[in-house]
Ligand binder design. Structure first.
Ligand SMILES: *Cc1c(COP(=O)(O)O)cnc(C)c1O
Length: 413
């Protein structure tokens, strides 16, 4: 069945989720901002020294002190940077968290979150993960005595079978990459409540415009801001948003102690990208819905993985926890021929063959050899990630042109 995107009534949910009580954080207090206002205004105010409306890039490594220990709250730029702080406040507001901590990349953000753990601790993660996330878990933290288990945790019995007295963290990606599975964030959070287990959600695929995991009970949200937040394929950046001040303090400590900070110019670029987040994501979602329906009807295509289709097993959950169904989709070819997949991957014009996602331009990718190359083939096949699977990050171009592009590429096989 086709996409229900236009019939779904998100409006009530939208009102509830968008309201953010802005209490005493900045110069304005107790204002209820909706999402499109938050992206422009939350945590952002004209530069106090000049009135510059855009947050300046504070390209400095240190700050002059009037006397030893007498300073304006800034000592050294690994520890504090005004451009970064504005971005952190803005991100905290977008995810309805208390604080945010920015990093030099999504994986650097994840690295600090995993450093909240101790040797002997166990982590349960969704089994269809971004390749780099799988790699940092198994190849880096595995070595320090942290145990990772990967499973499809939509099913609570599966989850129960994996939880032990040592389980300290659940790592969720939803929608998953590249199979677009949906995990019920609220169900997982309620299920582990009171068990001293942190629920972390990598919200990169959805972006804060579509999904706010902290509202659903999660403790920590992680973003690769390289993707939708930055949105223009011109920066590598990561962020963590927390539900509590205690977690934020631990992560600020780690950020300063390990030094994985972003540069001020990169923070500026992310801040600039965020200003149009809602408009970009909405357009990408609409384009993706049209493309998903087109692919579903195509005789050379065997499967379309897209949560907006009513036949998608996660559709109902996606409808309740996401505002729209996202700009990402994957599809597989009749006959599962890798040779045919490669012809399509090299045959598009507007869809550029590249890693990454979430930019204004459409991208096409081959997860088996690109983003998920670091996952062993047997592991990949188990979740349906075949050698002929193709992933699209749908951009904000005119959708008629995107479909024409796919049509001519598919005609080559
Ligand atoms: C890209 C990505 C990451 C890693 O982020 P970087 O900014 O490349 O370090 C993590 N999770 C997901 C879902 C991603 O798409």
């Amino acid at each position: 069945m086709k996409t229900q995107i236009l019939n779904v009534n998100f409006s009530l949910q939208r009102i509830v989720r968008n309201s953010f009580t802005f209490v005493g954080l900045y110069h304005i207090s107790t204002i209820q901002m909706k999402f499109g206002t938050k992206v422009i205004h939350a945590g952002i105010k004209p530069d106090p020294s000049t009135g510059a409306i855009m947050t300046p890039i504070y390209q400095t490594s240190t700050y002059v002190q009037a006397a030893p220990g007498e300073h304006k709250g800034y000592e050294y730029a690994r520890t504090q940077n005004p451009t970064r702080e504005v971005l952190e406040k803005n991100l905290a507001a977008l995810e309805n968290g208390v604080d945010a901590i920015c990093f030099g990349s999504g994986l650097a953000a994840m690295d600090s979150v995993l450093k909240l753990l101790n040797p002997g601790d166990e982590v349960i993660a969704t089994d269809d993960l971004y390749g780099g996330s799988y790699r940092i878990m198994t190849k880096v933290f595995g070595k320090y005595g942290i145990k990772f288990q990967f499973a499809g945790i939509s099913n609570m019995e599966t989850l129960d079978a994996l939880i032990t007295s040592k389980t300290r963290m659940i790592w969720i990606e939803t929608p998953t990459n590249p199979m677009l599975n949906i995990i019920d964030i609220k169900a997982v959070c309620e299920h582990v409540k009171g068990k001293n287990i942190l629920v972390c959600v990598d919200n990169t695929f959805a972006s804060p415009y579509l999904q706010n995991p902290l509202d659903l009970g999660a403790d920590i949200v992680v973003h690769s801001a390289t993707k939708y937040l930055g949105g223009h394929s011109d920066v590598i950046h990561g962020a963590v948003i927390t539900k509590t001040h205690e977690l934020a303090d631990q992560l600020h400590f780690l950020q300063n102690a390990v030094g994985a900070i972003p540069g001020p110019q990169d923070c500026f670029l992310v801040l600039r990208g965020i200003k149009t987040l809602h408009i970009r994501v909405e357009r990408a979602c609409h384009n993706a819905a049209v493309i998903a329906d087109y692919l579903l009807d195509h005789k050379k295509i065997s499967k379309v993985y897209y949560p907006g289709h009513t036949t998608h097993p996660g559709h109902e959950i996606a409808k309740t926890q996401m505002r729209m169904f996202g700009g990402m989709l994957s599809f597989d070819l009749v006959g599962n021929s890798e040779t045919n997949a490669r012809k399509i991957l090299s045959g598009t014009h507007y869809f550029s063959l590249a890693e990454s996602l979430g930019g204004v331009e459409s991208l096409i990718g081959h997860p088996a050899s690109m983003t998920h190359g670091s996952i062993p083939r047997e592991e990949r096949m188990k979740v349906g990630l075949t050698d002929s699977l193709i992933r699209l990050s749908v951009g904000i171009e005119d959708v008629e042109d995107l479909i024409e592009d796919l049509e001519q590429a598919l005609a080559k096989v």
